[in-house]
Each structure stands twice: as structure tokens, then as C-alpha cells.
Design a protein around this ligand. Structure first.
Ligand SMILES: [Zn+2]
Length: 224
């Protein structure tokens, strides 16, 4: 079974996001979890690109952690959809933001607990907007920066990107469980991928997902 799997090369810096980021530590245990690695030739031609504008309020280390989440989703999506990060234009006028939104862009914004998006008091982040890719349904991912340690930013973003891609919550799921649990958030499990595949009309069998302790191709072997 192991031959078909590769450890996601998380150490490889994501080109754009890591441009001014120092090499960093993930801060959580990933070595037990691996991603399937299916051939991507079929997807290479017709892939869609979804641009995410990253708030400049994220510092270099935070951008790197966001980049690691994007990198994992891109591996999972296997070329069918590509998440492309770019920095928000500096000091954008309100009109610029509105134009970005109208064009279907997604904006990853750093806010704090005073922001209206933080009204739900246990939320660590909030994704607003959505709709099908290609239907001009952009939106916001609000990261509530004062609610959690930045070492959890990759895991929080893995979950929120699931929402961006059309997944809802699954009370029995791992990554897409409604309540954040560090033990569930380390990678993109088959259940999360299945929800995205359904929302985006992608062939689940040609996508990748995470396998590891507690995960067995989406059939739970144990619960923690
Ligand atoms: Zn959620």
C-alpha cells in the first residue's frame, strides 16, 4: 500500500508565498500522515485556477503557513482546480476591493475579535460567500487572528479552504468537523475531499487525500 503514497513535500517552500518568508517550523506533528499521489496527467489540461488575495497584515511566517494549506489542497485537487495565492494590492481603495469581489476573487483577510465577522464567539475563522467556482462567486475568509495560536494557522486554513471549495460541515468528519480540533485538522481527509468533489463536480477517484492514524481511505478505523 505504501508504494502508491508519498509524503507531501511540505518542506518545499511554496514559491510565491514564501518569497519573503524565512524557513519555518510547522509546529504540529505531520509525519504520520501521508497523501495519496495519483497521476495528474488527465487533469493537467483543463484545470481551473482560483486566485486568493492574501491580506498584507499576515506576516511572512503567517503567509508561509497559509501557503502550506494551499499547497496541500493543490495536491489534493490534483490539477483539476488550482489555488493561486497572491498578495492583496497594498492599501487598496475600497473600490478596488469591490472590483476584486465582483470578479469572483477570494480574499483572505486578517481581522480581530472586534470585526463583525467575529460575532460567533467561538469561531477561529469565518468564510463568507462562495458558490460554484467559475460562477463568479468569490468571498472572504476572515481569519480571527487573536483567537488562536498562529501555529494552528495552517490547520485552520485547511478547514476554511474546504468551505471556499464548497464543502460544508460534517459532524462525523475530520477536517470538516464543525468544531476545530487540533487532532483532526492536520490534513485533508477523504471525507472533506468527497464533499469538495461533489460541490465542484470533480472525479473523486482522481483526487488525492490524506491517510494516517484514524484515517483509512475515509473509513474510520479509530476515533480519538
Ligand atoms: Zn467551518
Amino acid at each position: 500500500m505504501v508504494s502508491g503514497l508519498v509524503l507531501l513535500a511540505i518542506a518545499i517552500a511554496l514559491s510565491l508565498m514564501a518569497a519573503d518568508a524565512a524557513p519555518g517550523n510547522l509546529g504540529y506533528e505531520t509525519s504520520l500522515y501521508r497523501y495519496t499521489d495519483k497521476p495528474s496527467s488527465a487533469a493537467a489540461a483543463g484545470g481551473r485556477t482560483l486566485t486568493l488575495y492574501i491580506d498584507r497584515d499576515f506576516d511572512a511566517a503567517e503567509r508561509e503557513r497559509i501557503g502550506l494549506a494551499l499547497q496541500q489542497w493543490n495536491h489534493v485537487l490534483n490539477g483539476f482546480v488550482r489555488l493561486h495565492p497572491t498578495l492583496l494590492p497594498s492599501d487598496p481603495a475600497g473600490r478596488t476591493l469591490a472590483q476584486l469581489r465582483r470578479s469572483g476573487a477570494w480574499i483572505v483577510a486578517k481581522v480581530d475579535s472586534r470585526h463583525p465577522a467575529a460575532r460567533e464567539r467561538t469561531a477561529l475563522a469565518m468564510t463568507v460567500g462562495g458558490g460554484r467556482l467559475g460562477s463568479r462567486g468569490g468571498g472572504f475568509v476572515f481569519v480571527i487572528g487573536d483567537r488562536f495560536a498562529m501555529r494552528d494557522l495552517t490547520a485552520v486554513m485547511l478547514h476554511e479552504l474546504g468551505h471556499v471549495l464548497g464543502a460544508g460541515h460534517d459532524p462525523h468528519g475530520h477536517l470538516m468537523a464543525p468544531v476545530y480540533d487540533r487532532n483532526n485538522g492536520h490534513c485533508i481527509d477523504r471525507g472533506a475531499v468527497a464533499m469538495v468533489a461533489s460541490a465542484q463536480h470533480l472525479p473523486l477517484g482522481q483526487l488525492n487525500w490524506c491517510v494516517g492514524p484514524g484515517l483509512d481511505d475515509g473509513r474510520y478505523t479509530s476515533r480519538r
